[in-house]
Design a protein around this ligand. Structure first.
Ligand SMILES: [Zn+2]
Length: 153
């Protein structure tokens, strides 16, 4: 089963906590089976909260896939531990909001290195009649794409 699809192949939006589990599992050594990853994740989350018994691989897998029985979900203790673990894994490299960031494909000038950057501005459509170009302006009051900017050149 793909992570961004349900059992029927329909795309589903993964929750921030599911993304946090992706993030933590990605830091585990390669060659780990998913079951081994769940075992380790359940143990690591338990350790983070000081809980003696690790969460079982099946419990962790249910949290990971969102496959708990109807009306049930991961415990608040599990979620608290997961958040602490994810923050610890991330360390000083980046703040927690990046865990929830969505990866988007964008276009830019050849010499403008946006790779991995967090884009804070919202995309808007060029105000030139009939132009469908979407852009994130360098200033909030920008109305036109580079092609239709009165200040180009
Ligand atoms: Zn335009």
């Amino acid at each position: 089963m793909k992570l961004d699809q349900n059992a029927r192949g329909t795309p589903v939006e993964r929750s921030i906590h599911q993304k946090m589990m992706d993030f933590v599992i990605e830091t585990y050594p390669g060659g780990f089976s998913l079951r081994k990853s769940f075992q380790r994740l359940g143990r690591d989350i338990a350790r983070t909260t000081g809980r003696k018994a690790p969460w079982s691989p099946s419990y962790t897998a249910n949290a990971y896939y969102g496959t708990f029985a109807k009306g049930r979900s991961a415990s608040s203790e599990f979620i608290k531990g997961l958040e602490a673990l994810a923050a610890r894994v991330e360390g000083a490299k980046a703040p927690a909001f990046l865990l929830a960031a969505r990866i988007a494909q964008v276009q830019t000038w050849q010499d403008n290195d946006l790779q991995g950057a967090f884009v804070m501005g919202a995309a808007k459509q060029c105000a030139y009649p009939g132009c469908s170009v979407m852009f994130v302006g360098t200033v909030p009051w920008r109305k036109f794409c580079p092609e239709h900017s009165p200040f180009k050149g």
